[in-house]
Design a protein around this ligand. Sequence first.
Ligand SMILES: *Cc1c(COP(=O)(O)O)cnc(C)c1O
Length: 367
Amino acid sequence: MARKHNFSAGPAFMPLSVIEQIQATLPELGETGQGLMEISHRSKPFEAIRDSAEARLRRLMGIPEGYAVLFLQGGASMQFYMHARNLLAGPDDKADIILTGRWSDNAIKEMRRCGDVAAAWQLSGDLNHVPQPGDALNLRDDARYVHFTSNNTVYGSQFHALPETDKPLVSDMSSDICSRPVDVSRHAIIYAGAQKNLGPSGVTAVIVSPWALEQSSRVDATIPGGLPSMLDYRLMAKKDSMFNTPNTLGIFALEKMLAWIEDGGGVEAMEARNQRKADALYAEIDRSGFWTGCTTVESRSLMNPTWRGPSAALDTTFVAEATAAGLLGLKGHRSVGGLRASIYNACEQSSIEALVSFMQDFERRHG
Ligand SMILES: *Cc1c(COP(=O)(O)O)cnc(C)c1O
């Protein structure tokens, strides 16, 4: 086996130890006589796995009592709609959104199906930063909540402080959940597709505050026939995410990823590890003037550093040569071009060192 250095944006690199634990349970989960994919989601062994995943996420993130923790399907993209469906009861209900790139553009489109949603902040042109503390946000007094994308996977920008508002926050944390401590109590809803920091695709972690659950009841009463079952947070919470068959394999993998994070020292240790990796890569991007970082320094993402070489043609050459050298997934998102290394929690410092030394070698040959 020759596992390469994998900088894929998502689905993304997972620790081999986690993959081996998944592999070992495929023919037989524990001593059940049944494989992981073949066992009922209502069986005791599976319920224990689900409960452990929830308990681990609660411990890791310091999720306050009363908040629901859900493991749903449909990806972050379904949460763009589902969260708004539970919080907004039509055109008289307002929400504000901070537009910082591709994923928030997708979110506003879905949110507008449920209420009056306006951009509180928007960049024109180069999407190279997010609002900084002190920057004015154009928030409406009667907005019920503010949505933002904590880390912009495509552009490589990240919030390093929560948006300045007293409103409940809804955060798409798909690409930086569990990569650093966050104050969950400031949030009405946090959602994250697992395939970046928490395991494989097909399972989405959703954290829902008591206030948000109350909003579900308020909105439910305004919809003929009520909220659709599959889009009702209260129902999903009441049924422990098992109203219908959940992604059992995905939840098992997620539980093992959370165990790996806990064993590694938790989110504080992840933040220190992520900072070390990002610092080493940005230091190389800044070193000689050959490379140019795509985002402003204050908004640089610890998860998805983005940069460019001297020309688009050389970026293409870089990706081809890197791939041949065993460094995968470095092409920038198709909508922005350039280069991107996705270096989520599981990415090792040794992969960063391999990338940095390849970048130096590339500069010597093409600079
Ligand atoms: C990857 C990503 C998404 C899309 O997630 P799906 O699970 O594919 O719907 C949404 N938001 C952010 C920030 C992402 O990184």
